[in-house]
Design a protein around this ligand. Sequence first.
Ligand code: BES
Ligand code: MN
Ligand code: ZN
Length: 509
Amino acid sequence: MRATLDKEMRTKMKVTVWRGSITEVKADAVVVNLFEGVKSPGGATGAVDQGLGGAISRLIEAGEVNGKAGPATVVYTLGKLPARKVVVAGLGAPAGFDPDGVRAAAGWAMRAAAKGARTVATIVHGAGVGGLEPEAAAAATVEGSLLAAYAFKELKPAEESGGIEELILVDRDEAKLAKIEAGARRGEALAKATMLTRDLVNRPANLVTPTAMAQAAADIARRGGLSLEVLERADFERFGMGALVSVAKGSDEPAKLIVLRYQPGAPRGGEPVALVGKGLTFDSGGISLKPGDGMEGMKSDMAGGAAVLGAMEAVVVLKPAVEVIGVIPATENMPSGHASRPGDVVRAMNGKTIEIISTDAEGRMILADAICYAKKLGAARIVDLATLTGACVVALGNVRAGLFSNDDGLAAAVEQAAAEAGEKVWRMPVDPEYREQIKSDVAEIKNTGGRPAGAITGALFLKEFAGDTPWVHLDIAGVAMSQRDLPFTPKGATGFGVRTLARLVESMK
Ligand code: BES
Ligand code: MN
Ligand code: ZN
């Protein structure tokens, strides 16, 4: 089975910048915008309105276009402009308008423009009266546009035709052009990295095996000049990674511990940061088998690992000042005669003994050894991403990821990066009192803490392995997949975390 078609589409999508008037650009569709409450459009939207003989003004008068954030309006040009259609995107209220408003407007616009269009030209939302930095506005316009055009069609070849080939950012202002160009490159890198992650998460577990994840990592390493190390079962045993082995041994698919490394050029920043992602390619629960209903969704239990792969792909373009180490423990969690049993006690790489209460609490097991290994590689700060607990979905739903940390400085840096990336997180407590729940009668710790505060006890388990190293854990169980279409995220894998991680390492000194 070919799993490369979307990859081709992703690389095919070109992003260019063109200096001139949106009324003159050659494209199948052109995108303009409007703030809520504007009665007579100015700037680029005004120019297009004039070109169309006042059609947009008419639509505003009639209340059919109101500038509110939401589905965009399509106007046919009937030969009055080079483009076949104009799309009017609503920016919402000017107060509080930010890059995430740009992403949403661009996303809605693209969804209206993409039908039957190969080339789409757009003004840079927010760079005019919106008052945003041209670079940030251009990046957000590209992110929203490309991410909205994403579709996972590689396994439905009949529906695969079409798709946008070129997105053209248009601005008349020579002075802004260099910034817009820089923003376009950033946005393109972040969007394409997010799409890589979405593809990996959307693909089923028979295609995305641990071996396939290692192959994806090898492709990223080759494209970006990163170094790659892939540990296998014999290496796990050699390093004493008993927690990772305890999960991997139930499956016939060979597990991999994938390590990607980015080395900065000069000037070099401070100490290395590790991005650790849960790469559970299928979580059946193991001997503590999950109910069959909805189990197919557990193909997405590698979303944390896929986000780290996407972030590493973006890092190559963003070139942060710090060394970045991507660490992805990749394995299946399966029941078999080789599988771990509830009650088994294993020893992690740092020597800690763990009593397995539920083989379904496997994410924390594989992350425990991955975090130990990241520290061995010299990580001085660690951010892990994992679809770790159903309890986090109960707590925060599908809107925010849970953020847990032993370090206020690193926690604040991740919160800020997430805000800039337009990905929502919420800091949760890790009081030592909760540690009582994961005390074991027979080992130093046990892998479940009962129903109360399940997301917190999961985080506290990981915290034992981070030790004194500044660490943030993002529980993305509720946000890795979307159950419905969002402005720039179609139903399915969201790629959550890629843009936050990329922004984070970029901000690090
Ligand atoms: N991968 C699951 C968590 C999950 C649940 C992700 C729903 C996405 C959606 C994880 O491995 C798991 O099974 N967690 C258990 C932990 C429990 C046994 C302590 C859970 O949440 O029930
Ligand atoms: Mn599980
Ligand atoms: Zn899991």
